[in-house]
Design a protein. Structure first.
Lengths: 115, 479, 415
C-alpha cells in the first residue's frame, strides 16, 4: 500500500510517499531523518495530543481547558471526547490537576487555573 | 381590557403616533411583529431631515414636510436623539441639471420653505472642499439635517411607554375583526387584543393590514436601497449631506455624515419581492461606490465597516395615503409612508391623531405627561472628571465592554432595562452602538450575550440576534 | 496623578514578557493594565497545543504558556490592574484608563503598547445576500466554545485558511459539528502545514483553494452559503458556484494590529504592517513609547512575540534609566524585491547585533535573502522554502553594521 504524507516537522513541508509492505515502511521524498521517522510513525502508530474543555460545575458558564498528558492513538480522539463530555469538575482547579485517569494509557490534565 | 387605540407597527410612524396619543387619557397598545421596535424601514434608511424642496406642491408629502421639519428637531431635542442641522447640497453636473436645481428652488418657495439658495459649483466647493470638480451648481438647503432613525424610533416608543403606552412584541397581526366594542386584532399564534380604534402604521405591510378590514385598494411596492457605512475616520469627508439631482441613473446616491459621526453612502433603488428582502447585491455595492464617487471622488471605500439594505414602503400614487377606512369606522390607515416619511413623522403622527378624532376618538390631555426622555448617551459625552464621579456611583460604567465604541457594561445593562427594553443583540447594538465599530462585535459579542442572558433571566441558548430563530449559540457543551 | 516608571498597556504574552524583562533589567516600578480579569490575553482561549517549542523548549497549550509568564509577573510582584481599559495615551506619556473604580491617570516615564490584534471583520462585508445569525469571526467562536462552553453551530463552513480557522475546524469537529469546507480565496493557504495536516486532513475536511463565499442565505439563522472558484484577479468564475447548506460561517480572513490608541496618540504608522514604526529596541517615533507583539505586526508564533516583548522591555528600562538616548544615528530599513515588510523600520547601528523580521510577498521555493546597505552586503541567508505565513528572521552583526551607510534593504532571489 502506498500513502502520501505531508511532513509537518519543519516549514518546508516535504511531500513524502510511504510504501507499506507488511511490517516494513519505505519512505521517499523526505529531506531529513526526522521526516522519515514522522512518516513511519504516521503509518504504524499515528498519535495526537487531544485538547478540549470540561465544564466547571460550581462556576457559571466556565470551562476548564484540558489535554491528554501524552499523545493518544489518532483513532481514539472521538472516544476521548466522548469520555470528556460525560464529566464535570469542581473549582478550584490548577494546571496539571488530573481530571480523568486511564484514558488510552495516559491521563487528562487541566491546562488552566480556575479559582 | 379594551384599549382605546391599537397601533399596528412600531416603526417611526407608529412610535411617534404612540407618543402623540400618550399625551391624552387613553389606553394605547402598540403592536410590533418583530422582537424589537424599528425593525423595518425605520432601521435602515438615509437618516435625513429633508429640506422640503422635493415634494410635489399640494401633496400630503409637501404639507407634512413643511410642517414636519421644526417639529422633528424639537422632538429630537426632547428625546435626546443624536441629530444635527448640518444642511444639504443638491448637486448638478450639467446645464440640464442646473435647470433642475433652479426648478427645485422654485418648488421650495411654493412649498413655503424659506432660506434655500442656488449657488455656483465653485461656491459649493468652497463650502465643501472634497466635492467633484465637475459640479456645475448646487441647491443649498440650510434647514436640512441628519438624525439617527432607529434611535428616534426607540426613544419615541420609550417615551410613550414611560407615559403609559403598552408595547407588545412578536405580535404579527393576522386578522382584524369587528368586536362588540371596536375591533379585535389577533395574530396567527393566538394572541389577541381589543380596541375601540385601530391605527394602521404597518409600513411595508400597511396594504395587507388595510385589506384585513376590507380596504383592499392599496398596494405597497417594496423598493430596496443598499448602503455602505464607513468608519468614523471618513466621517468628516463631507460636512453637508450631499445629494445629486435625479437623473437617468435614478434618484441619485447621497454622501452624508451620520448623526453618530460615520460616513454613509447610498441608497440604490430596486424593486424587490417583499418588504423583508434585505439582500446585499454585487451590483448594488458597485453602483453605490461609483455614484458616490461622482459627487465626492475622494471617499475611501476601504474604510467601509458594514453594508446594509433598507426597504422603502412605496405606494403607487407617489404621495402618502393617510385616511380613515372606507369600510371600517374607527380604523385609520397610514399607507405608503416613504421618503420623506422620517422628516414628517411628528407631523404625520399629529395628522393621524386628528383623523382618529374625526372618527370619534375623544382627547383629554393628561396632566402628568412628560415629553422628555433621559439622554441615553449622556455618559459618553462627559468629561473625564464627570465620568470618574459617575463611575464612583455606578461602577458598571467603569467596565468597558465594546472596545471600538467604548461602551460600558452600565450602558448595556441600561439598554436592557429601560423602555423599550433591548431583548436581543441587535437591540443592544441599536441602543448603545456596542458592536457597531470596527470589529463588528467580534470582541464584545460574547460579553453582551451574557449580559442579555443575565438581565432577562434566560439561558444563553435563547439569546438571539433579532428574535425568532436567530439564536446565537446552539447548545451548551458537555451536556 | 499617579506616577510609574513603565506602564504596559495589555497583559497578553507581549505585555507580560515586556514587564518581566523591564523588571529584570533593573526598573522595578512597572505596572500592567489589562482589560480582562486575568492575564494572558487571547492565549486563554487558545486551548490547543503547539506553543513554547522555540522559547521554552516544550510544547504547551495557550493557557499553560500564559501561566509561565503570569507566574513570572507574580514572582516579581508587578502590579496588574485588571478589567482596566486604557482609553488614551498622550505623546507626553500620560496614560488614561477606566475601571470600576473610576478614571485612572498615570504619568509614565516610558509606555509599552502591547494591545495585540483583532480579527478582520471585513471578510463578511462584500459578500452578497442576507445578514442572519450564525456568522462569526473564528476567534469569537473560539471564545464562546472554549471559555464560555457554548457551541455556535452544527454544520460549518469556514472562509479563510488562516491558523485560527484551521484550529477551529478541528475544534468544532471534535465537539461533534460537521465542518463542510474550508474555502481560501488565495491559491495557497496562509496556515501552517502542521495545522493543515492535523486540523483538516485528520478529520477529512476539504480545503478549497482559489474559492470564496459569494452569497449568504437565510433570514433569521444562516441556512447556507454559495461558494465559487475565483480567477487570478480573485473574481468569481461563472459556472463554478454551488450551494453548501450550513448553519454557521466562520471567518478567518486575517488579523489587524489594534492600534486605535497608537493612532490617536499621533505615533507614525507603517501602512504595510498596520503597526507603529519602531527601532531595534521597539521604540516608536514618539520618544519613550514602545510597541511589541501583535500590535506591532502580526506574528505567527507566540514565542516570537515573547522575544520581541523582551527587547521592548529592556529598551524601555534602558530608556528610563539613561534618559533620552541619541536618535541621530539611525539607519532606515526597506523591504526590497520579494519582501513585504521589514521590522524594525529603523535601527541604531552602535547597539550590538540587530535582528530583522520580515515576511515574503508570496510562497517561494529555495530562496536567498540579501541584506545590503549602500553597496555593502550586511547579511545573506538561505531558506529551503519561504511563505507569507512564516516570519523570517535575519541577524545583522554589529561588526558589519557599525560602518554601514544608507538604507538597509532586504531582498530575496529564488534559487
Amino acid at each position: 500500500m502506498e500513502r502520501k504524507i505531508t511532513c509537518i516537522i519543519c516549514p518546508r513541508g516535504c511531500p513524502m510517499t510511504a510504501v507499506i509492505e507488511g511490517d516494513s515502511v519505505k519512505v521517499s521524498g523526505h529531506s531529513c531523518p526526522k521526516g522519515e521517522e514522522y512518516a513511519i510513525n504516521e503509518c504504524t502508530n499515528p498519535v495526537r495530543t487531544v485538547t478540549a474543555t470540561v465544564r466547571v460545575d460550581n462556576r457559571r458558564d466556565v470551562m476548564v481547558s484540558v489535554k491528554t498528558e501524552n499523545p493518544v492513538p489518532k483513532g481514539s480522539m472521538a472516544d476521548v471526547m466522548a469520555q470528556l463530555r460525560k464529566i464535570t469538575v469542581q473549582a478550584p482547579i490548577h494546571i496539571g490537576d488530573v481530571v480523568l485517569e486511564d484514558v488510552f494509557g495516559t491521563k487528562i490534565v487541566a491546562t488552566k487555573e480556575i479559582l | 381590557m379594551i384599549y382605546d387605540v391599537i397601533i399596528v407597527g412600531a416603526g417611526v410612524i407608529g412610535a411617534m403616533a404612540a407618543r402623540e396619543l400618550s399625551k391624552y387619557q387613553l389606553k394605547v397598545c402598540l403592536l410590533e411583529k418583530e422582537n424589537d421596535v424599528a425593525c423595518g424601514a425605520s432601521k435602515a434608511n438615509s437618516g435625513i431631515i429633508h429640506g422640503g424642496y422635493d415634494p410635489e406642491p399640494g401633496t400630503l408629502k409637501a404639507k407634512m414636510n413643511t410642517e414636519g421639519i421644526e417639529l422633528l428637531y424639537e422632538a429630537a431635542k426632547e428625546l435626546h436623539v443624536p441629530h444635527k442641522n448640518n444642511g444639504s447640497l443638491v448637486l448638478a453636473f450639467s446645464e440640464k441639471e442646473d435647470e433642475t436645481v433652479r426648478a427645485l428652488y422654485e418648488r421650495s418657495l411654493i412649498n413655503g420653505i424659506a432660506g434655500l439658495s442656488v449657488i455656483s459649483g465653485d461656491r459649493a466647493r468652497e463650502l465643501e472642499p472634497n466635492l467633484s470638480d465637475k459640479v456645475t451648481s448646487a441647491l443649498l438647503v440650510p434647514n436640512a439635517g441628519i438624525i439617527c432613525p432607529y434611535a428616534l424610533t426607540i426613544a419615541a416608543v420609550g417615551n410613550a411607554m414611560d407615559n403609559g403606552v403598552e408595547l407588545k412584541r412578536n405580535f404579527a397581526v393576522a386578522a382584524i375583526e369587528k368586536a362588540a366594542q371596536g375591533y379585535t386584532v389577533s395574530s396567527a399564534d393566538g394572541q389577541s387584543v381589543t380596541g375601540k380604534f385601530v391605527l394602521n402604521c404597518a409600513g411595508g405591510y400597511s396594504d395587507k393590514v388595510a385589506a384585513m378590514v376590507g380596504d383592499d385598494g392599496y398596494t405597497i411596492v417594496p423598493r430596496a436601497g443598499e448602503y455602505l457605512l464607513l468608519d468614523k475616520t471618513e466621517g468628516s469627508r463631507v460636512s453637508y449631506t450631499i445629494f445629486q439631482v435625479p437623473s437617468e441613473e435614478g434618484k441619485g446616491i447621497l454622501v452624508s455624515p451620520t448623526a453618530d459621526g460615520n460616513l454613509l453612502t447610498g441608497p440604490t433603488a430596486a424593486k424587490v419581492a417583499t418588504p423583508d428582502s434585505r439582500e446585499i447585491t454585487a451590483e448594488g455595492i458597485e453602483q453605490v461606490q461609483r455614484l458616490a464617487a461622482k459627487s465626492v471622488p475622494s471617499v475611501n471605500f476601504r474604510q467601509v465597516i458594514t453594508s446594509f439594505t433598507g426597504v422603502r414602503s412605496s405606494g403607487t400614487t407617489g404621495d402618502f395615503i393617510m385616511e380613515p377606512s372606507k369600510k371600517a369606522p374607527g380604523v385609520v390607515h397610514l399607507v405608503a409612508i416613504e421618503s420623506p416619511g422620517l422628516t414628517c413623522c411628528v407631523a404625520i403622527a399629529r395628522y393621524a391623531v386628528e383623523l382618529l378624532q374625526g372618527q370619534g376618538l375623544s382627547l383629554e390631555a393628561k396632566a402628568a405627561w412628560d415629553g422628555t426622555r433621559e439622554d441615553t448617551h449622556a455618559f459618553r459625552d462627559m468629561s473625564d472628571e464627570e465620568k470618574d464621579a459617575f463611575i464612583q456611583k455606578n461602577p458598571d460604567y467603569g467596565r468597558i465592554v465594546c472596545r471600538c465604541e467604548q461602551i460600558s457594561e452600565g450602558e448595556i445593562r441600561d439598554a436592557i432595562r429601560r423602555n423599550p427594553q433591548a431583548r436581543d443583540m441587535d437591540g443592544v447594538k441599536r441602543r448603545t452602538r456596542s458592536g457597531m465599530g470596527r470589529c463588528q462585535g467580534g470582541f464584545c459579542g460574547p460579553y453582551v450575550m451574557r449580559l442579555i442572558a443575565e438581565e432577562l433571566g434566560i439561558p444563553m441558548e435563547q439569546v438571539t440576534k433579532n428574535g425568532g430563530d436567530s439564536r446565537m449559540v446552539t447548545e451548551r457543551i458537555g451536556e | 496623578m499617579k506616577k510609574h516608571a513603565i506602564v504596559i498597556v495589555g497583559g497578553g504574552p507581549a505585555g507580560m514578557a515586556a514587564a518581566v524583562a523591564a523588571y529584570d533589567r533593573g526598573v522595578t516600578d512597572v505596572v500592567i493594565l489589562d482589560r480582562e480579569p486575568r492575564l494572558g490575553g487571547i492565549l486563554q482561549q487558545c486551548i490547543h497545543n503547539g506553543f513554547g517549542l522555540h522559547k521554552l523548549g516544550r510544547e504547551l497549550t495557550g493557557p499553560e504558556y500564559a501561566d509561565v509568564y503570569a507566574q513570572q509577573v507574580a514572582e516579581r510582584n508587578i502590579p496588574v490592574f485588571y478589567e482596566t481599559m486604557v482609553t488614551s495615551v498622550s505623546p507626553d506619556r500620560v496614560v488614561t484608563a477606566r475601571n470600576r473604580e473610576g478614571i485612572l491617570k498615570i504619568q509614565a516615564e516610558a509606555v509599552i503598547l502591547a494591545m495585540g490584534c483583532r480579527e478582520r471583520s471585513r471578510g463578511a462585508l462584500n459578500i452578497c445576500g442576507t445578514r442572519p445569525a450564525g456568522i462569526y469571526s473564528a476567534g469569537t467562536a473560539q471564545k464562546l466554545i472554549n471559555c464560555d462552553g457554548y457551541m455556535v453551530g452544527k454544520r460549518v463552513v469556514i472562509l479563510g485558511s488562516g491558523d485560527i480557522g484551521l484550529i477551529m475546524a478541528r475544534r468544532m469537529s471534535l465537539e461533534g459539528a460537521k465542518v463542510e469546507a474550508v474555502c481560501e480565496l488565495m491559491s495557497y493557504s496562509g496556515g501552517l502545514t502542521r495545522n493543515i495536516v492535523q486540523c483538516l486532513e485528520d478529520f477529512g475536511i476539504p480545503l478549497y483553494l482559489s474559492t470564496t463565499v459569494v452569497q449568504i442565505h437565510g433570514q433569521k439563522r444562516l441556512e447556507g452559503v454559495t461558494v465559487a472558484q475565483v480567477d487570478e484577479n480573485r473574481r468569481p468564475i461563472e459556472g463554478t458556484s454551488r450551494f453548501i447548506p450550513c448553519d454557521t460561517l466562520l471567518l478567518s480572513v486575517g488579523l489587524i494590529p489594534e492600534n486605535e490608541l497608537t493612532q490617536v496618540c499621533g505615533i507614525p504608522m507603517d501602512p504595510v504592517t498596520g503597526g507603529a514604526m519602531v527601532d531595534e529596541r521597539c521604540m516608536t517615533k514618539v520618544s519613550g513609547i514602545f510597541a511589541c507583539g501583535n500590535v506591532l505586526h502580526v506574528h505567527d508564533l507566540v514565542d516570537y512575540v515573547s522575544d520581541e516583548a523582551e527587547r521592548a522591555g529592556k529598551g524601555a528600562a534602558d530608556f528610563v534609566r539613561e534618559g533620552k538616548a541619541s536618535e541621530g544615528a539611525y539607519l532606515q530599513t526597506k523591504a526590497g524585491k520579494g519582501v513585504r515588510y521589514v521590522v524594525p523600520q529603523q535601527l541604531r547601528k552602535d547597539t550590538g547585533d540587530v535582528d530583522l523580521f520580515m515576511r515574503v510577498t508570496q510562497p517561494f521555493g529555495k530562496v536567498k535573502f540579501t541584506v545590503t546597505a549602500g553597496d555593502k552586503v550586511l547579511a545573506v541567508a538561505k531558506r529551503l522554502k519561504a511563505a507569507p505565513g512564516e516570519m523570517e528572521r535575519i541577524t545583522l552583526k554589529q561588526a558589519l553594521l557599525q560602518d554601514a551607510e544608507g538604507t538597509v534593504t532586504v531582498e530575496l532571489e529564488e534559487l
